[in-house]
Design a protein around this ligand. Structure first.
Ligand code: AGP
Length: 612
């Protein structure tokens, strides 16, 4: 997620902006910039890489701080357009009078850009954001906030923006929110704006959190709050008692906990711009040549760890919906196996970081054998993205916790979208079936919210099993990879040994492990293999095993057999894996917490394994 700061007052503006951006670094970024308005010419300074580089460039330009009144700053987490100085914010219009920093995604930016170019506007970047200063300039007739309101009426998508203009001689900053947060810090003879509380704490604790559909006109001595129609929404500030560290985690105890609870938003952002109005799939902006997709004979998915588990779910999704054969390989195995790649094969590299050495090497091996490459990645401009023919980005935002959570569920969403796009391009599913799946996709964020409300139940369950020495996780079919993912979550942050197995394997070995000391998590949602999995629960129970079942809400039969039952909403079998993951993440988190483990930085692990 990008970081935004704004300041208006008598301090040295560039220092306040740089300090604020540094306090937002935890949000992750690949470039940064400031726009500073003084009575002479406005100054814009942008830089790829760390804020230190920006600081040096600001010193070189030495903006006249004496008379400077206001400025805005931005750290960019790229979503559209690679990390580069030209793509970094703030962006300006072609007259150089309007400057905008933006956090979010503008869904209809291509249509707006085409309209503005036809009207004579010249664009300098590949970003969605750049349409904003041009739109504002096209509506400006002396009233900045009116021009911003008018411009936002044309925009579809989610945004938190700050706008300054040389037309105002640095007398005001206009901010507007529809999605990504913005908070106004109230000072004395000065005022502040930021994406997040940590940037403001050194200056003020009196804050007003902008609501969706709200606009703020921030002067040095006054702030006006209105809705997008200009109706006053003024209210007194809140006094924030958080420490800076608490604020970075937005009050959560760990980044992992925050990222578990961010999943509804992350999934909504990953769906933005990819679902057509009539419930079709629209990945052409991501994947380019749809024709090429319709000629794919086989897919090979390569990944490691949690991303590999996503790939295993992807196999079920793609084979079920698009009827194309899919091989899934541990990338470290694929790269040394001299794999057989056909001329019409597509290799899909799945990687949150886009920097995993084994996955990159597997993709390189595939390329050398003539395959087309698609990556599913969370970091724009990462190596995996750069070496692919096309990228289907997850828009999960930076994932700080080593244990992958929101990246995983957004990978599943991306694979679901890919499977439907392949089905749509090849005609392997009728349009009404595709529409049904699209409607299901739209429901997932709310279904996950329902599960997250059970968070405390998982804490209670974790208390019961905090001292267990071993765990078994069982699942069948599309839920088998979730059994593996649940086991990985538990082992990597609580250090309890846990294994994920396909339930059908029980009689071939694992059943020897069952006794009163062996908790067994069983994924048993109502689907085509429900009866078979219920048989596995019987097997465990008759050997005094302990069963924790993840079942479909309302299923009484399971709760009569299992020792503990966790319910997920009733959903399509292909949606169940996404929903069933959530309680397993929460369970692992709470067990690790109770065991005093460092949830965000578990021992021996790195967030990105950039070496073999
Ligand atoms: C999962 O919780 C781990 N952090 C790890 O297995 C991770 O998924 C794996 O290292 C792959 O990372 P990537 O998605 O960045 O390629």
């Amino acid at each position: 997620m990008c970081g935004i700061v704004g300041y208006i007052g008598s301090r040295e503006v560039s220092s306040v902006l740089v300090d604020g951006l540094k306090r937002l670094e935890y949000r992750g970024y690949d470039s940064c910039g400031v726009a500073i308005i003084d009575e002479e010419a406005p100054t814009i300074v942008r830089s790829v890489g760390r804020i230190g580089g920006l600081e040096e460039k600001i010193k070189e330009t030495n903006p006249t701080n004496g008379s400077v009144k206001c400025g805005i700053g931005h750290t960019r987490w790229a979503t559209h357009g690679r990390p580069s100085e030209g793509n970094s914010h703030p962006h300006r219009d072609c007259t150089g009078r309007f400057f905008v920093a933006h956090n979010g995604i503008i869904e209809n930016y291509l249509q707006l850009k085409r309209r503005l170019i036809a009207d004579g506007h010249k664009f300098a970047s590949a970003t969605d954001t750049e349409v904003l200063p041009h739109l504002i300039e096209s509506y400006y007739d002396g009233d900045l906030q009116a021009a911003v309101r008018q411009a936002l009426r044309d925009v579809e998508g989610v945004y938190g923006i700050v706008v300054v203009s040389s037309e105002d001689g640095g007398r005001k900053i206009v901010a507007a929110r529809n999605g990504p947060p913005l908070v106004v810090g109230i000072g004395s003879g000065e005022n502040f704006i930021a994406s997040d509380v940590p940037a403001l704490l050194p200056y003020t604790r009196d804050m007003v959190f902008l609501k969706d559909g709200e606009l703020a006109v921030v002067g040095s001595d006054s702030v006006q709050f209105t809705d997008f129609d200009g109706r006053c929404t003024c209210r007194p500030p809140e006094t924030i008692t958080w420490t800076a560290e608490m604020a970075e985690k937005e009050g959560y105890a760990y980044f992992m906990q925050k990222e578990i609870y961010e999943q509804p938003r992350a999934i909504r952002d990953t769906l933005i711009g990819r679902l057509g109005a009539n419930n079709t799939i629209t990945l052409d902006a991501d994947l380019g040549d749809m024709e090429a997709l319709s000629s794919v004979d086989r897919l090979h998915i390569v990944a490691m760890g949690t991303s590999l588990h996503a790939g295993l779910v992807g196999k079920f999704l793609i084979e079920s919906l698009a009827r194309i054969p899919v091989d899934v390989d541990n990338a470290s195995e694929f790269r040394y196996r001299d794999p057989i790649i056909g001329p019409n094969d597509l290799v899909v590299g799945i990687s949150q970081s886009g920097e995993t050495a084994d996955t990159l090497a597997a993709m390189k091996e595939a390329r050398e054998k003539g395959a087309r490459l698609l990556s599913i990645c969370n970091v724009v401009g990462s190596q995996a993205a750069r070496q692919s023919d096309a990228v289907l980005y997850t828009h999960a935002g930076p994932e700080i916790g080593v244990a992958s959570t929101k990246a995983f569920t957004t990978q599943l969403i991306a694979l679901y979208l890919l499977a439907l796009q392949l089905a749509q391009s090849r005609g392997s599913l009728p349009a009404d079936e595709i529409a049904r799946h699209v409607r299901q996709l739209r429901e997932i964020p709310d279904q996950i919210n329902t599960i997250l409300e059970q968070g405390n139940d998982m804490a209670v369950l974790a208390e019961r099993f905090r001292n267990s020495k071993n765990f078994l996780y069982l699942g069948r079919g599309v839920n088998y990879p979730i059994a593996m993912e649940g086991a990985l979550k538990l082992k990597e942050i609580s250090y309890i040994h846990a294994e994920g197995y396909t339930a059908g394997e029980m009689k071939h070995g694992p059943i020897a492990l069952i006794d009163a000391e062996m908790p067994v998590v069983v994924l048993v949602p109502q689907d085509t293999v429900y009866r078979k999995t219920m048989g596995n629960i019987e097997e465990v129970k008759v050997r005094d095993g302990i069963v924790i079942a993840v079942a479909t809400v309302g299923d009484k039969e399971v709760s009569e057999k299992a020792d503990h039952t966790i319910y997920i909403p009733c959903a399509d079998p292909l949606v169940n894996p996404i929903l069933a993951t959530i309680p397993l993440q929460l369970f692992a988190y709470h067990v690790a917490l109770l065991r005093g483990c460092d949830v965000d930085k578990p021992r021996n692990l790195a967030k990105s394994v950039t070496v073999e």
